[in-house]
Design a protein around this ligand. Structure first.
Ligand code: ADP
Ligand code: MG
Length: 401
């Protein structure tokens, strides 16, 4: 498989004095209308600046959360305000996604102007990829730029449908994401070490399967490890076990024994008597979880073994926290892995909303070579699946056609 990206780039798009519909992923975590982490907004600015420098008028759009129809709590207003601070000029917010009023405002944009549409998911046609919505979005601009890597695994009207109506180009972030992740997938400097944690095996099974053939070592942590322990017939107490994951884990164990990859499970655990920062906590030197206890983190011996494997790696990819890092008593395993990644000599790439939140919380994000803005999208790309938001874009060879 080739690591070169074949899609037309925004850098080669004829944007000056034209209107560009720019799809970004500005889906940031909000708490009572306040942005908790603006990483995705910051990641969207290089493409915006590049378009403005070239005198394009920009109609910007994104989804936010999972509203069922228009919902003022999921308005992009706070995002418009933050983006305005970052780009140094006010960012007006349209009253909706499409419609006459929106079209009029888009039509009045001058070179360098920016208009943010409301949350695309306020329209039911967005997630249904309704051709009528794609059509209406298409009438707002002369060409389309998709920079929403984190939403590229979804075939929605603003990520996929509209690319069949306007000439579509890849944004700078989307391009870089694909390059960075594809090179880990197809061309990693050995040894490749993968650290996987988080809640569910079923989310990560495709990636595990692929990495069994390309990685030297897979380190398993998070709640996911209990599906494996259950599959091995060990008691898991009150630990979170995804039932569907047990069978998947059994299959993975079987395939791992045939592959050359070493699949490692924890050798010790940190237990809690319930899921709370004030829970009783105990370290268990072993991996049997007694009744009434739940495994909430990898233990210290596991953490130092995993850290060692990461230090010796040529390439590291991490997705999914090793424990319930949101609660301080169960954060040590995730911290150890994050610190080992920050200090690693090899190339380091991290994807996944919660893993990236953990990195940010620890102040280590700058010390990782590539922090992906995509969770589900980064995993699907790693699995080798085609992402509809990328597939729909024009090929580079069509740029001058
Ligand atoms: P990411 O967003 O990085 O892909 P996931 O969404 O798969 O990660 O999983 C993150 C969640 O998994 C976190 O909220 C974390 O608290 C939880 N988690 C990790 N380990 C455990 C565990 N042992 N028991 C329960 N929940 C866990
Ligand atoms: Mg998550």
């Amino acid at each position: 498989m080739s690591t070169s990206f074949t899609k037309a780039s925004v850098r080669d798009a004829p944007v000056s004095d034209r209107r560009v519909l720019l799809r970004a992923d500005l889906n940031v975590p909000l708490a009572n209308g306040t942005i908790e982490d603006d990483t995705r907004i910051r990641a969207a600015t290089p493409t915006i600046e590049s378009l403005r420098d070239r005198e394009a008028a920009i109609v910007l759009c994104s989804h936010l959360g999972r509203p069922k129809g228009p919902d003022p709590r999921l308005s992009l207003a706070p995002v418009a305000a933050r983006l305005g601070e970052l780009v140094g000029s006010e960012v007006p917010l349209a009253p909706g996604v499409v419609g006459e009023d929106v079209a009029r405002r888009a039509g009045r944009l001058a070179a360098g102007d920016l208009l943010l549409l409301e949350n695309t998911r306020f329209e039911a046609g967005e997630t249904e990829n309704d051709p009528r919505l794609a059509e209406a979005l298409g009438t707002l601009a002369d060409l389309y730029v998709n920079d929403a890597f984190a939403a590229a695994h979804r075939a929605h009207a603003s990520t996929e449908g509209v690319a069949h109506r306007l000439r579509g180009y890849a944004g700078l972030l989307l391009e870089r994401e694909v390059r960075e992740l594809t090179s880990v997938r197809d061309d990693p400097a050995p040894p490749l070490v993968i650290a996987l944690g988080g809640a569910k095996v079923s989310d990560k099974i495709g990636a595990i399967d692929r990495f069994l053939h390309t990685a030297e070592t897979i380190l398993i942590g998070g709640a996911m490890c209990f599906s494996f322990f259950r599959a091995l017939g060990q008691p898991t107490g009150a630990s979170m076990v995804e039932e569907e994951g047990v069978e998947l884990a059994a299959e993975v164990l079987e395939r791992a024994s045939e592959a050359e990859c070493e699949l490692r499970l924890p050798v010790d655990l940190v237990l809690g008597d319930h899921l709370d920062a004030a829970a009783q906590r105990r370290e268990e030197d072993g991996t049997s979880v007694p009744d009434g206890w739940m495994g909430l983190d990898i233990g210290p011996r596991t953490a130092s073994r995993y850290a060692e494997a990461i230090s010796a790696a040529g390439t590291v990819f991490w997705n999914g926290p090793m424990g319930v890092f949101e609660l301080e008593p169960f954060a040590a395993g995730t911290r150890a892995v994050a610190e080992a990644i920050a200090a690693a000599r090899g190339r380091t790439v991290v994807g996944g909303g919660d893993s990236v939140a953990a990195l940010n919380q620890l102040g280590l994000a700058d010390r990782v070579d590539w922090v992906s803005t995509g969770g589900g999208a980064s995993l699907e790309l790693m699995e080798g699946r085609e992402l509809p938001g990328i597939e729909a874009l024009m090929d580079a060879t069509e740029v001058r056609a």
